[in-house]
Design a protein around this ligand. Structure first.
Ligand SMILES: [Zn+2]
Length: 150
């Protein structure tokens, strides 16, 4: 790892095999998805290329397509588990645009509920007012593993 990458937590997460403690949900060939520790809303997730690049044009076509595939898979997983009414999806390019990590591209995916009343129906019909990241992570990774076994 070169000096300029040392401070990047996305790069560190890829290298370390501590997916559970970093709330990393899925790894694909060139990308990964993880829960945001500072969510805008319940279930705020990020889909990130493994390679440290700052913009879409620096990705190879294969990496771009892998990133898009993982975004779609993540959206499907979240729709199934959290049952949101919609999603916001976006990329902030550069710090001035609000990117927390400006030099490592990442796509935000934020589930939205009607009126964002901040509750969600989870499988089994239980309503929860708030959900810790840990509980949410367990729910999502459990559902993801179930999907893998099929
Ligand atoms: Zn990085």
């Amino acid at each position: 790892m070169t000096g300029k990458l040392r401070g990047c937590f996305f790069c560190r997460y890829v290298k370390e095999k501590k997916d559970k403690s970093h709330f990393l949900i899925q790894r694909s060939k060139h990308s990964f998805s993880l829960l945001n520790l500072y969510p805008y809303n319940n279930g705020h997730v990020m889909v990130v290329p493994k390679r440290h690049v700052s913009d879409l044009e620096h990705l190879t076509p294969e990496e771009r397509s892998d990133l898009m595939d993982l975004l779609i898979e993540t959206k499907k997983l979240f729709r199934k588990v959290l049952k949101p009414h919609g999603f916001n999806c976006g990329i902030n390019f550069g710090r001035v645009a609000g990117a927390g990590v400006a030099d490592h591209l990442h796509i935000h995916l934020v589930p939205r509920w009607n009126g964002d009343t901040n509750f969600m129906s989870i499988t089994g019909g239980a309503k929860v007012i708030s959900q810790s990241l840990k509980a949410l992570y367990d729910l999502l990774s459990g559902e993801f593993k179930k999907g893998q076994r099929r």
